[in-house]
Ligand binder design. Structure first.
Ligand code: F0G
Length: 330
């Protein structure tokens, strides 16, 4: 069932929707054994365009349509671009996405282009792209659908509702990757509205950890391209969420992220993108107690290159039984 089952807690009507939300919450048996916690995975890659962004985008683009907007714009590290492009296409609006040149995973570029969006490759990083689209939106009648848009947060808070509905109560801890800090802000809002919140454990990549260091990072670097962000727009909200929920924001290294990414694929059967694995990397590194939900924010198919770099190689084979036997069973 889609997130619009919570329509009474959302600020607009579902004018543009594709059945987003209602994603699986999967018990992670191997991770539970490793950590001594009861670990659940919220598989957000199961959303229509492959990431949690669709939760916010269905609400933000519905609002844009209601307000009579003609153009939807965003800055993005990949997922927001694909999601905005898809919902704009469905709504019959023009979509324009600004992405850091050469830093966007193949799957997302293909998606945004297939949905007919104007894809602009900025010679700069995500933080510069966001600054410039904010200026653009202040001067022109375009609808900005980054998570600075309140409707995005409203849509994304439904993930917290789903977690509580699935488990019957809030977990003890929720582990979540943090980039521009919109999603942790949204989970906090959702749990707060229910009056039942886990401790929020946010994880940034070491080379892009402004919230951990307490200062912006001018040249953020990490293999987890989705969270390669040095100056999160939702800084204050996110820090408020960590403090109020008695949680924390911490850093994990690229090596730890990639180990968790590989473990999720090979042991839990869940293929997520590297940034998503930061939540599990953080749990493995820092531990937790009780019932834990790790948010896996996006699908692994976004970034086939990182997967191919990590995985073992394919086995060449002649078309004969003996060769196939050796290749399969040997
Ligand atoms: N995980 C994935 C897969 C993401 O795409 C993002 C953000 C995050 C985590 C972090 O969420 O920004 O709300 O703290 N991606 C944005 C984008 C920035 O452009 O797609 P956040």
């Amino acid at each position: 069932m889609s997130l619009w089952r919570y329509a009474d807690r959302l600020p607009v009507e579902p004018l543009v929707t594709m059945g987003e939300g209602g994603t699986p919450l999967v018990l992670a048996e191997h991770l539970s054994e490793l950590t001594g916690c009861e670990v659940w995975l919220k598989v957000e890659g199961a959303n229509p365009t492959g990431s949690f962004k669709d939760r916010g985008m269905t609400v933000a683009v519905s609002a844009a349509v209601q307000e009579g907007a003609e153009v939807v714009v965003c800055a993005s590290t990949g997922n927001t671009a694909a999601s905005a492009a898809a919902y704009a296409a469905r709504a019959g609006l023009r979509g324009a996405v600004i992405v850091p040149e050469g830093k966007i995973a193949t799957g997302k570029l293909a998606q945004a282009l297939m949905h007919g969006a104007r894809v602009v490759a900025l010679r700069g990083n995500f933080d510069q792209a966001l600054a410039v689209v904010r200026e653009l939106a202040a001067l022109h009648p375009v609808s900005l659908v980054n998570s600075v848009n309140e409707y995005r947060i409203e849509g994304q808070k439904t993930a917290a509702f789903e977690v509580v509905d699935s488990l019957g109560e809030a977990p003890d801890v929720l582990c979540i990757p943090v980039g521009n800090a919109g999603n942790v802000t949204a989970y906090w809002r959702g749990f707060s509205e229910l009056g039942d919140s886990p401790a929020l454990h946010g994880y940034q990549a070491e080379g892009a950890a402004p919230l951990v260091h307490g200062a912006p990072v001018s040249q953020p670097e990490t293999v987890a391209s989705a969270i390669r962000i040095g100056n999160p727009a939702r800084w204050e909200d996110a820090m408020g969420a960590f403090t109020s929920s008695r949680g924390a924001v911490r850093a994990v290294s690229d090596a730890e992220i990639l180990d968790a990414y590989t473990l999720l694929g090979s042991r839990e059967g869940v293929f997520c993108e590297p940034a998503s694995a930061a939540s599990v990397a953080g749990l493995l590194k820092h531990g937790a107690e009780g019932r834990v939900v790790c948010v896996l924010t996006g699908h692994g198919l976004k970034d086939p290159q990182t997967a191919m770099n990590r995985a073992s190689s394919v086995v060449p084979c002649e078309p004969e039984l003996a060769a196939v036997e050796k290749a399969v069973l040997g």
